[in-house]
Design a protein around this ligand. Structure first.
Ligand code: GAP
Length: 514
């Protein structure tokens, strides 16, 4: 675990050093849980968004996009339940004055118990060597059984307390488990209180009587309140979907793990409207479709798993997360939810407007059911960054840091480098840049030795480096170096476009999805 922590620290500093992610307002000592994307980060992020957007809107003729405003009528958040129930249970330690999420403290306790089991298993594996039967050990070892029993009992107690929103019981669990504050080391806890996560601001001048509005905590509601506009103006028939990418804001109390828990972040959400009764079939279909989208990137199929929700939100009749193995464990990247007709029915009730869909085939009107796919751009960004980072030992004792980014997502697709800064090589290299730049993000690099220039491009994940040398002037060929294999081959300048396009185009990735 300590080793994984080190790797994660290195990834965070690499992200800063190479212009991917900066702490927001850094020269003013930063703003907690808010980040800025740098020159390479924004390109990677845009490519992730483009991959998602095209997979939704190009590959599905019944999905269209919208871009709704961040500010919405405040009653929308009353109708959706966010005003009353979008809360985190908070607890303070009186000695350190630090504030924690009570549920997170208990989840960490559960994770510690899981770790204990894994340690026992690892010790036994070492002791028994090749003869080790792991499944039998887990089932029969008294120490492991004891930990698992305690863990399951705690989990059940915790889930019941959460389901009942029983704040006293959450506190009692913290006391009974003897959980201490990591800063003060004491158990001097306050009561648990609910804290609403929405940011509130005012619209209009106070003289006119300003109205309280919220920064949206999810993009989904902008889709719900527009569903009939889109259905009517786009003459859409059920089933159909509306996709949207945009910023969301949550006043997260515990800021953790770099861009994993942010106060301002970005979501890519798609609401798919279906006939009542058909929602669970569509839920299964979208679960599969979305996992395929993730796996097509080639980050490693074993790094994904589904996590079905034990506790369903009151409006959902099925929900699962797609989790990805980050350096700090499996974490949610995307949620897929069957949200029934809750949101639309609530908006019908609160707005007083009829927002039923008329189904010409059934000749009846009803409020559609909704399957939602909701993915955090920043979580996706982090999963791509973490799984691409490698400190590689090379032959001869040298090392390099390389980002094995999926080529279609890489911020820079190719870098063109004159071997020396004379003899007409820079001019020839510029000519190549000018022919490639219309289709690929292309860098021109002439400073430092060629080896250093390769390393710089490896560090930002550039799939191809093109070196122009004296032979180029004679026969119009260049050296094409591939990032992962570091293989170099001589190719004709005329073939460059085709060779690069084959691997870096989003098109090839989308074709994998069918
Ligand atoms: N409309 C449903 C919805 O918002 P959610 O599970 O709360 O569901 C969806 O959020 C996704 O948004 C998550 O899977 C995660 O990737 C991302 N997300 C949520 N809170 C976040 C935060 N504080 N920082 C970064 N990403 C976040």
């Amino acid at each position: 675990m300590a080793q994984q922590d080190d790797v994660f620290k290195k990834i965070v500093s690499h992200a800063k050093e190479y212009g991917f992610v900066f702490q927001s307002s850094e020269i003013y000592d930063g703003l907690s849980a808010v980040y800025d994307y740098g020159q390479n980060g924004v390109e990677l992020k845009n490519n992730i968004k483009r991959y998602w957007w095209d997979a939704m809107t190009l590959l599905n003729e019944n999905i269209v996009g919208i871009d709704s405003a961040i500010f919405m009528h405040p009653t929308i958040w009353k109708a959706s339940g966010h005003v009353d129930a979008f809360n985190d249970p908070l607890i303070d330690n009186r000695d350190s004055k630090k504030r924690y999420r009570a549920d997170v403290l208990i989840e960490e306790e559960l994770a510690k118990m899981d770790d204990k089991v894994e340690k026992e298993v690892a010790k036994a594996r070492k002791r028994f060597g090749d003869n080790f039967d792991e499944a039998l050990f887990r089932e029969t070892n008294p120490r492991v059984q004891e930990i698992i029993e305690k863990r399951n009992a705690l989990h059940e107690r915790f889930a019941t307390a959460l389901n009942d929103s029983n704040l006293e019981e959450l506190r009692q669990i913290i006391i009974d488990q003897e959980i201490v504050c990591p800063i003060s080391g004491t158990k001097n806890w306050t009561d648990v209180r609910q804290f609403n996560l929405m940011f509130k601001t005012e619209m209009g001048s106070t003289a006119e009587g300003a109205m309280n509005v919220y920064l949206r905590p999810e993009t989904a509601q902008g889709i719900f309140v527009n569903y009939l506009n889109v259905q009517k103006t786009g003459r859409m028939r059920l089933p159909f979907g509306i996709a949207q990418i945009g910023k969301a804001f949550r006043n997260e109390i515990v800021a953790r793990q770099f861009i994993f828990r942010m106060r301002e972040f970005e979501q890519m959400e798609m609401q798919f409207f279906v006939r009542p009764g058909e929602e669970l079939n569509w839920f299964a279909k979208w679960k599969e479709t979305r996992l395929k989208w993730h796996k097509a990137l080639g980050l490693g199929d074993h790094k994904y798993r589904y996590h079905d929700h034990d506790k369903l939100a009151h409006y959902a009749n099925a929900a699962t997360d797609i989790e990805f193995e980050m350096p700090f464990g499996f974490k949610e990247v995307e949620g897929i939810h069957s949200r029934t007709n809750f949101d639309l029915s609530q908006h019908e009730k609160y707005s007083g407007k009829n927002i039923k869909y008329f189904d010409p085939e059934l000749n009846e009107s009803y409020v559609p059911y909704v399957i939602e796919t909701s993915i955090g751009v920043d979580h996706m960004f982090l999963s791509v960054l973490c799984s691409s980072y490698e400190e590689q030992k090379l032959e001869g004792g040298d090392t390099r840091v390389v980002l094995h980014l999926p080529a279609p997502l890489a911020p820079v697709k190719c870098a063109v480098m004159p071997l020396v800064r004379k003899d007409g090589l820079p001019e020839k290299a510029r000519e190549i840049v000018n022919s490639l730049k219309f289709d690929f993000s292309t860098h021109y690099e002439e400073k430092d030795s060629i080896g250093k220039r390769y390393r710089r491009q490896d560090a930002i994940g550039t799939p191809y480096c093109i070196t122009v040398d004296h032979q180029t002037l004679e026969d119009n060929t260049v050296t094409l170096r591939e990032r992962d294999s570091m293989e170099q081959k001589r190719v004709a300048i005329d073939d460059l476009h085709k060779l690069i396009h084959e691997n870096v185009s989003l098109n090839a990735l989308l074709r994998k999805l069918g």
